[in-house]
Design a protein around this ligand. Structure first.
Ligand code: ARG
Length: 592
């Protein structure tokens, strides 16, 4: 067991003896914010003291009297208002590293309480190219899915493709009247986008075109064979282009149901909400009001328009019901930009009303009943800010167009290729191309994951491709550099350093070891708060601590015992770097 878990368990036991009715789930041990005070810290006793009307420091003393962690820690200190500070014994650090070297763990443990988590991400719209806004959803969502899986949860990914909606009326008019077959063949999404732009402009000016678009949409909704055929073709062409991008990004989905999948459910859903009084008529439309929920008081949600049509909200409610029936998830995570915050607040609030109503209707609807008997399902909107150009305005091409994802990835690889060619002119071109692919795609992903996701960030090629600084290439090179140490240490087989004795004496060795030990805590925090940037910063610090260690502690030139011990540190650092980058969806190479 990892030392911080050991400390946590014993602390919980001690708390149980002193306060038998305390909620043990709140008794947690976290990394100490300042290494001066120790390796780990617990703030739990202060929180427990309050409701029990105890003096926190006195409670800390009582708990300490029952706490025995002498085998793992130096004497525990009480600090400030009642913090407990723990400093690991050197022997505990060594034991944890040795267990990792033997392959027992890589400083994280799979959860003992796996949850079923649906991640709804990427979700581009058919007949429109994927643009940089979708890149964040794709990269963030994929990363969260990876981290949750790594920690042992059952993750189901669903790409909620925008394959239905009023834009298809316009697209159908354009397709029938103005389609350029050759252009469609050459670049299907560009041609569909051209049609969409042309027709939406025309609809603004010409009521006859607008009417024609409405007619085509009605025909499509009514199941007209010709319109359905064209619509399906548009989806297939778009999906093929999306798939090319997903393959380049290494992103996979378990499901791509798309909005249209839920069409058959919409009428009954709306009727049920109306019959239960959750939705009511307003000016010919059907609306859910949230008068009882303060922030949504003046923000009712439309679920059926006055022309009888359904919308994005209706579809999302049906999607939720379907997911609940099909997978009974413990949590659903939606990854979109911040402009959809209101939409998801409404969806979650409407769904809660719907679901709580179902508790009364025992067994009438098995899906909703099962939800009622399970602990509350968690719904999370994980939103992010915009990508800005270096001028601080929304990121655009020189000519003012939105940047297409495919072009962006091409440019990333091209720029990385130039850099690699300068650095490594002797490498064969195919080798340089491969390094450029891994570095270019990795740089784009990392630049997207590193900032706090809710802030806007400035897109800068120079920054993201820099070899120095908090970037993917820096971490990828750090990994490759360690691999080159092992190549130089020919004859040092894995077997040897897996069983070597570990000694930690130099402060740089100890600092590196401590950082390694925290990998799991960082993964858990990133998953709990949906913040991949925690992992980025952790890996960056790890690479920095490794560099300091490598500068001050000779490895290959050290005497036999230190050499073996230090090679273990090298190996574990490389493995954590690789696993951490993999959790971010970023590849690395043995040689660069
Ligand atoms: N297609 C939408 C867009 O491009 C995103 C869908 C997000 N998922 C959802 N269940 N609403 O903005």
């Amino acid at each position: 067991m990892l030392p911080h878990k050991q400390i946590e368990q014993r602390l919980q036991q001690a708390v149980r003896t002193v306060l038998p009715d305390a909620d043990q789930a709140t008794v947690l041990v976290r990394p100490c914010p300042d290494a001066k005070f120790g390796d780990y810290q617990s703030a739990a006793l202060m929180a427990l003291a309050k409701p029990h009307k105890l003096n926190p420091r006195q409670l800390a003393n009582e708990v300490l009297a029952k706490l025995d962690v002498r085998d793992v820690c130096e004497p525990v200190e009480i600090a400030g208002a009642g913090f407990l500070n723990f400093r690991l014994k050197n022997s505990a650090l060594v034991a944890a590293l040795a267990a990792a070297a033997r392959g027992k763990h890589l400083f994280f443990a799979k959860t003992t309480q796996p949850r079923i988590v649906v991640v709804d991400f990427s979700s581009p719209n058919v007949a429109k190219p994927m643009h940089v806004g979708h890149i964040r959803s794709t990269i963030l969502g994929d990363c969260l899915a990876r981290v949750l899986r790594l920690l042992g949860h059952r993750v189901i990914t669903d790409n909620h493709l925008g394959d239905w909606g009023t834009q298809f009326g316009m697209l159908l008019v354009g397709w029938k009247r103005d389609l350029d077959a050759a252009a469609l063949q050459a670049d299907p999404l560009a041609e569909m986008e051209r049609l969409y732009k042309k027709l939406s402009a025309e609809c603004q000016e010409n009521p006859a075109t607008l009417e024609a678009a409405k007619q085509e949409l009605v025909k499509l909704q009514g199941g007209d064979a010709e319109n359905l055929r064209i619509w399906r073709e548009m989806i297939a062409l778009s999906q093929a282009q999306f798939n090319t991008i997903y393959a380049r990004l290494g992103v996979k989905f378990d499901h791509t149901f798309g909005e249209s999948f839920y069409n058959p459910r919409l009428p009954a859903l709306v009727e049920e909400l109306a019959a239960r009084g959750i939705a009511r008529e307003s000016e010919g439309a059907l609306v859910v009001f949230f008068d009882d929920i303060a922030p949504l008081k003046k923000q009712p949600a439309l679920i059926r328009k006055s022309d009888g049509g359904f919308n994005y909200t209706t579809t999302d409610l049906a999607t939720l019901a379907h997911r609940l029936e099909t997978w009974q998830p413990d949590e659903i995570i939606y990854v979109t930009d911040g402009r959809q915050q209101l939409h998801f607040q409404q969806i979650f609030a409407a769904f809660r009303k719907w679901q709580s109503g179902s508790r009364v209707r025992e067994n009438a609807d098995c899906a909703l009943t099962s939800a009622a008997t399970r602990p509350e399902m968690k719904l999370a909107h994980v939103w992010f800010g915009s990508i800005l150009g270096e001028d601080g305005k929304p990121f655009k091409t020189r000519s003012g167009e939105t940047v297409k994802l495919a072009d962006l990835l091409d440019e990333a690889e091209e720029r990385a290729f130039q850099a690699v060619s300068e650095k490594n002119p002797d490498l064969a071109e195919s080798g340089r191309r491969e390094v450029a692919r891994v570095v270019g795609i990795g740089a784009v992903k990392y630049a997207d994951l590193l900032p706090n996701r809710q802030s806007d960030y400035v897109f800068s090629w120079d920054k993201m491709l820099a070899l120095n600084g908090n970037t993917a290439p820096y971490l990828q090179y750090a990994y490759a550099r360690i691999m080159s140490i092992f190549r130089k240490a020919a004859g040092t087989s894995n077997i040897e350093h897996r069983t070597s004795n570990i000694e930690l004496s130099a402060p740089e060795e100890i600092a590196l070891a401590r950082q390694l030990l925290n990998f799991g805590l960082v993964l858990e925090a990133a998953a709990a708060e949906y913040r991949p940037n925690f992992i980025c910063n952790y890996l960056y610090d790890l690479a920095g601590l490794f560099a300091r260690f490598y500068e001050s502690c000779p490895v290959l030139k050290a005497d036999k015992a230190s050499r073996a011990s230090r090679l273990v540190l090298c190996d574990l650092t490389a493995r954590v770097l690789k696993q951490g980058l993999d959790a971010l969806g970023i590849e690395c190479l043995e040689r660069m």
